[in-house]
Design a protein around this ligand. Structure first.
Ligand code: EPU
Length: 419
């Protein structure tokens, strides 16, 4: 198992290019199941979750070719409409094949995800939505089987009880081939949902309102092929902005979409970091003085993203004062806190809130990754810790960050990967 060995205490300086968004690429890959024509997706990040999704699509029957970040997909022949437990247990986003498979192939059998390190993460809202479109859904042996009615799915109004990102995406993909109009109420407004709508419309779908909480979809008979470049990864960009604010120095993050980062940028400025736009898609982060404690509460987009909470918490260990970090999206997303405490941070967890007292000097230690974003927070902490920090189980990190060690080393961090 790979580890990162980090020697902290060096300011960062230089440019970090951002990759394509993992959480946009995953539904885009699944959308290729909606047509028999060729779909070309560009700027696909080379991360483990993407390889898992490509493996799933091949096992379903698609031909999948990858070349330098461009993936070409075609599902022309026989289809095995199934997402097995072995894949779903490693990546919950596998449930994104549910909607497109039922819509175009009339049937899908997808393993139920079970719990994970950050919470229960059920898919009941995906299932309820499909039932509204007429699918008959049954559950047995740990699998969900959804079957479209005679004549295919039928458009309907779906009101999500709570906002779900992949649930919204799954239902959008089901509704594009349903008969008549579907309205998704209380839909997720994340940029990744908007990106999927752009791709679906390029494929001939009629999706309106993505990016708002009401999405209207007029079903069409069939979709065709398309060529689409994935949006930049706002969570990767945000992670590097936080790393820059933490380590000090002068870092630019290029190829990002500042519009997608407004909640984080506002908080970083409040905390004392200087953030400026220095060109199209380029944000610069510097810091002349110390950091100030600032509270955050995670929310659905456009609020502060839960996927940056762990990294921001690491930053607050170095800020003057007490900060309150409130997690409202997932029930168990503070697994990084005990590891940061082992490095010397002062953090108290009270239910869904972490109370961080700073600044506390961090000292390098051997720490364990528990999930993707928690791992990123440990790496960020390692950048300012004295001595050596060893982050174990970086396979969690490799699920969603493309060559994070190399990107940080290029801007002056002392970080290396060992097996
Ligand atoms: N939920 C339900 N029922 C459902 C679906 C969700 O109760 O059927 C609950 C979840 O348990 C959670 C909340 O609703 O408490 C929100 O979950 P959501 O469905 O929005 O999460 P997701 O779609 O499974 C995506 C990202 C996550 C990100 C969340 C929240 C992808 C592939 N994953 O997950 O990304 O944290 O939205 O923004 O898009 C990551 O990249 O590290 C990551 C975990």
């Amino acid at each position: 198992m790979d580890k990162f060995v980090i020697s902290g205490g060096k300011p960062l300086s230089g440019d970090i290019p951002v990759s394509g968004a993992k959480n946009s690429a995953l539904p885009a890959l699944a959308a290729s199941l909606l047509t028999s024509e060729t779909v070309v997706l560009r700027r696909i990040p080379r991360v483990k979750d993407i390889r898992t999704m490509m493996g799933l699509l091949s096992s379903i029957g698609a031909s999948v070719e990858e070349d330098a970040g461009t993936v070409t997909l075609r599902l022309g022949g026989a289809v095995t409409p199934e997402a097995p437990y072995e894949l779903v247990k490693t990546m919950r986003a596998s449930s994104l094949v549910l909607g497109p498979l039922v819509a175009r192939h009339g049937r899908a059998r997808v393993s139920m995800p079970g719990g994970c390190a950050i919470g229960a993460r059920p898919i009941n809202l995906h299932v309820q939505g499909l039932e509204h479109l007429g699918a008959v859904v049954t559950q047995s042996h740990g699998y969900i089987e959804a079957v479209a009615p005679e004549g295919g799915l039928r458009g309907s109004t779906v009101h999500f009880d709570r906002i779900t990102v992949t649930g919204t995406e799954d239902l959008m993909m089901a509704a594009v081939l349903a008969k008549g109009e579907t309205v998704l109420e209380n839909a997720a407004r994340e940029p990744e949902v908007q990106d999927l709508a752009v791709l679906l419309n390029k494929m001939g779908a009629r999706v309106e309102g993505a990016g708002t909480s009401r999405i209207r979809i007029e079903g069409v008979e069939a979709l065709h092929g398309a060529d689409h470049a994935i949006i930049p990864d706002r969570i990767e960009a945000g992670t590097f902005l936080i790393a820059g604010a933490m380590a000090g120095g002068d870092v630019t993050v290029s190829g990002c979409e500042p519009e997608h980062l407004t909640a984080l940028v506002a908080k970083l400025r409040q905390a004392g970091a200087e953030i400026s736009t220095v060109g199209e898609g380029v944000l610069r982060v510097r810091r002349s003085g110390g950091l100030r404690a600032t509270d955050i509460t995670t929310e659905e987009h456009p609020g502060f993203p839960t996927d940056l909470q762990a990294q921001y918490l690491a930053l607050m260990t170095q800020a003057e004062g007490i900060s309150f970090i409130t997690e409202t999206i997932f029930e168990n997303r503070f697994m990084h806190a005990p590891e940061l405490q082992r490095m010397g941070a002062s953090i108290r967890i009270e239910g869904r809130q972490a109370i961080v007292a700073g600044p506390r000097p961090l000292s390098g230690a051997q720490v364990m990754s528990s999930d993707l974003r928690a791992s990123a927070s440990l790496v960020i902490a390692g950048l300012v810790a004295s001595g050596e920090t060893i982050v174990d189980r970086v396979y969690h990190l490799d699920r969603g960050y493309e060559r994070m060690d190399e990107k940080l080393a290029r801007v002056g961090a002392t970080i290396r990967r060992t097996s």
